[in-house]
Design a protein. Structure first.
Length: 300
């Protein structure tokens, strides 16, 4: 069964006359009759009955007409969808993620990617910033999110926003840290992070710049684990201010007095792939997601 046969069936049913149907279909009358006969042979039923004034649907034709209409409509939608996909960017991208999805606006980004580029398949790999940078540089990832300064000349860092870090302590340590200076803070137990993490680099700058070494008693590579360890009284750690402030308001942690430490959140990809349609598609959607798209000027 061919779609054109169903179209001919529907046209003849609507017109009630083979000649008028052939005119609408831009076919000869014998060609229209042949298509109807072929369809009838395949279905095993007669679709029309001849009258002095043309043709009318048989009982079988009346029963099959709604199915034919639905089949033809579905086929038309299929063709329209295929035409819409012509010229669309297609392929698979591997994206490295860090911290929590909400902070990256990951859900909004992925939803917009699926809507705008349905032929792009996205695979996510969660890790820590330094590992994401290494994997992007090695070609193991197509792109990835990253916290901190990126000084690799072969990597493009699309700046998304500033993230601020603060030092937090267990609530039961409030008196111990109230007037503590940096040497005193360094001597207290700390929850550390792997050397490839953004927190590790920030902590190193805080202590090494002062000639100090922090007293790391446990290392964790998941932010949620670090927060839990602080809450249970294991030690101090660095925490994003957007998480620390609500936690402090709930009396779960205490924020050590001092200016927040800024850290840049970026989206990384190889400079050699700057004009890759897959990269361009992700960058465009990310800019819109994070409000980085410049507003149109008047008269544009």
């Amino acid at each position: 069964m061919e779609i054109y046969q169903i179209r001919t069936f529907l046209t003849v049913a609507r017109c009630g006359h083979l000649t008028r149907a052939s005119e609408q279909l831009h076919l000869s009358q014998p060609a229209v009759s042949k298509q109807i006969r072929s369809l009838e042979d395949e279905l095993g039923v007669s679709l029309f009955e001849r009258t002095p004034f043309g043709v009318v649907l048989s009982q079988a034709g009346k029963l099959l007409l709604p199915y034919a209409e639905k089949t033809f409509s579905d086929a038309s939608e299929l063709v329209t969808a295929a035409q819409h996909l012509k010229g669309k960017v297609a392929g698979t991208v591997r994206i490295g993620t860090i911290i929590d999805p909400e902070s990256l606006k990951l859900g909004e980004f992925l939803t917009s990617m699926v809507d705008a580029h349905p032929l792009i398949e996205i695979k996510l790999v969660h890790g820590i910033s330094g590992r994401i940078l290494d994997m992007v540089g090695a070609g193991e990832l197509d792109a990835g999110f990253y916290l901190g300064p990126c000084n690799d000349p072969g990597i493009v860092a699309l700046e998304l926003r500033k993230v601020a870090y603060v030092v937090v302590a267990p609530v039961q340590w409030a008196e111990r840290i109230r007037d503590a200076d940096w040497p005193a803070l360094a001597s207290l137990p700390w929850v550390g992070t792997p050397e490839h993490s953004s927190q590790y680099r920030i902590q190193a700058s805080l202590f090494e710049g002062r000639g100090l070494k922090q007293n790391t008693v446990i290392e964790a590579d998941q932010e949620s684990s670090m927060i839990s360890l602080v809450k249970t009284g294991v030690g101090l750690c660095l925490m994003r201010e957007e998480l620390a402030s609500p936690a402090a308001a709930r009396c779960e942690v205490v924020i050590v007095e001092g200016a927040p430490i800024p850290c840049l959140l970026s989206f990384l990809y190889s400079e050699t792939r700057s004009t890759d349609p897959l990269i361009e598609a992700m960058v465009a959607v990310l800019k819109a997601t994070h409000g980085l798209v410049e507003p149109a000027t008047a008269g544009a």
